[in-house]
Ligand binder design. Structure first.
Ligand code: TYD
Length: 147
């Protein structure tokens, strides 16, 4: 079974990193991609959500940080641009490879944009949805990280 090396950009912001999934892409009947909690996914998964129907070319999602939540974001179809900002360093990553996810750790302002119409985003989260964990205002985020 082929495990071809596919390059992914180095992550330069804090509280992030690359998560590499196991994959089998030499099947004539489609690829198989696998993540396992506490193995290549570095936490126990309590929640998943996905985003599809991204037909609006002007769409922007994210635009927030979390106080404590750990998440991994994948682009499992199509492409989008993920912008990360740890308050000091910024990085823009083209997400177009279903075999790699990016860790969205705490205190990482993130924005998703430039979606292809066929884009499907999958997010694995270490906790349930909790609005009180969100920092939805950039100035509030900057103040919070200085604490
Ligand atoms: P939000 O996290 O801001 O979406 P995104 O980062 O993808 O742009 O959430 C959008 C809305 O959906 C917000 O009102 C909260 C709600 N929501 C839930 O109820 N549960 C969830 O697990 C998530 C992710 C969002």
């Amino acid at each position: 079974m082929t495990k071809e090396k596919i390059k992914f950009p180095k992550i330069k912001v804090k509280n992030s990193g690359v998560v590499s999934l196991q994959f089998y892409n030499d099947f004539p009947d489609g690829n198989l991609v696998i993540g396992e909690a506490l193995k290549n996914v570095p936490f126990a998964i309590k929640r998943l959500y996905f985003i599809n129907s991204l037909f609006n070319k002007q769409a922007h999602r994210g635009l927030h940080a979390h106080k404590k939540l750990e998440q991994i974001i994948f682009c499992i179809n199509g492409s989008f641009t993920l912008k990360l900002d740890d308050g000091k360093n910024k990085q823009s990553i083209k997400m177009d490879n279903p075999y790699y996810g990016v860790r969205l750790g705490p205190l990482l302002w993130h924005t998703m944009e430039k979606f292809s119409a066929d884009c499907v985003i999958l997010v694995l989260a270490a906790d349930y949805y909790k609005e009180s964990d969100y920092l939805r205002n950039y100035e509030e985020f900057k103040k919070f990280i200085k604490k």
